[in-house]
Design a protein around this ligand. Structure first.
Ligand SMILES: Nc1ncnc2c1ncn2[C@@H]1O[C@H](COP(=O)(O)OP(=O)(O)O)[C@@H](O)[C@H]1O
Ligand SMILES: Cc1ncc(COP(=O)(O)O)c(N)n1
Length: 278
């Protein structure tokens, strides 16, 4: 018997690999699968990484990153794309050029582009050269439908230390002025606060996503999974506020069910959203 099934929605992650399988493109593909979307990959870098940190990085040539994007979009087609670790200024330049070429970007006539401005691992290991942060701001933010900085990235990009709702709003406005159509300021790093508040801003309206801070050290890959779940929801055709709301529901549960792995920090879990077959 020949089974002919419908092709599911597709999304693309342009990201680095984490050998520990917790963050990076491995987290992205898991989140996309859990959110009902076939994930495609343009690999930017191979990291030597485990639960204790990053001990090596091997970059993929910028033209090979662009070629992966082109190969995926021209044959498979995607409903949304996202970036994770972009590693270098050369890779950022190549990504900016190729997304223009294949129709990924900002605005109603382009495939939605989610820019997660990954600068460092959660343990502080650099995942981006210093000159490259400026390139994220000038070359990628103007092309982004959504930017999803954590609070360390907000400080690097906008020079604002977020400590409360007023400074989160100030940061969202400063980042929005750099070009993204929507900005999601993620509050996970505000450790002292009993609530985690993520703020979505489109230049006029704000949407607040808040919930109790879950007491776990195992949040490796949380930001990657949140951006990927948003990207998956956009690929399924949701509006931005609905896509972020759906990703927020996904990530809160993934943090609640995170698990230990190795001697260090474990990952957030997609298992709650995946049907058990065993
Ligand atoms: N302890 C926590 N409790 C509840 N939600 C969390 C927690 N840690 C992270 N999250 C969720 O995961 C998102 C991403 O985490 P965050 O640490 O802010 O970003 P990143 O992983 O990029 O550094 C947060 O915005 C929040 O929605
Ligand atoms: C390849 C790669 N990409 C992204 C992250 C950031 O994830 P986290 O902030 O959870 O360390 C990472 N550690 N490794």
């Amino acid at each position: 018997m020949t089974a002919v099934n419908p092709t599911p929605p597709r999304a693309l992650t342009i990201a680095g690999s984490d050998s520990g399988g917790a963050a990076g493109l491995e987290a992205d593909l898991r989140a996309m699968t859990a959110c009902g979307v076939h994930g495609c990959v343009a690999v930017t870098a191979v990291t030597v990484q485990n639960s204790l940190g990053v001990s090596g990085v091997h970059l993929v040539p910028a033209e090979t990153v662009a070629a992966q994007v082109r190969a995926v979009v021209t044959d498979i087609g995607v409903g949304a794309a996202k970036t994770g670790m972009l590693a270098s200024r050369e890779i950022i330049d190549a990504v900016a050029d190729v997304v223009d070429e294949v129709g990924i970007g900002r605005g109603p006539r382009r495939t939605p582009f989610v820019v997660d401005p990954v600068a460092a691992s959660m343990r502080g290991d650099p995942l981006l050269t210093e000159d490259a942060m400026e390139a994220i701001r000038t070359r990628l933010f103007p092309r982004a439908e959504l930017a999803t900085p954590n609070l360390d990235e907000v400080r690097l990009l906008a020079g604002i230390a977020v400590t409360d709702a007023a400074t989160a709003r100030e940061a969202a406005e400063a980042l929005h002025a750099m070009g993204p159509r929507y900005v999601l300021v993620k509050g996970g790093h505000l450790r002292g606060s009993p609530e985690v508040v993520d703020l979505l801003f489109d230049g006029e309206q704000t949407w607040e996503f808040s919930g109790p801070r879950i007491d776990t050290p195992h949040v490796h890959g949380a930001g990657d999974a949140l951006a990927s779940a948003t990207c998956a929801a956009l690929a399924r055709g949701l509006s931005m506020p609905d896509a972020v709301a759906s990703a927020e529901r996904y990530i809160r549960r993934a943090v609640a069910e995170s698990y230990p792995l190795g001697a260090g920090v474990g990952p957030v879990s997609p298992f709650w959203a995946v049907q058990a077959h065993v």
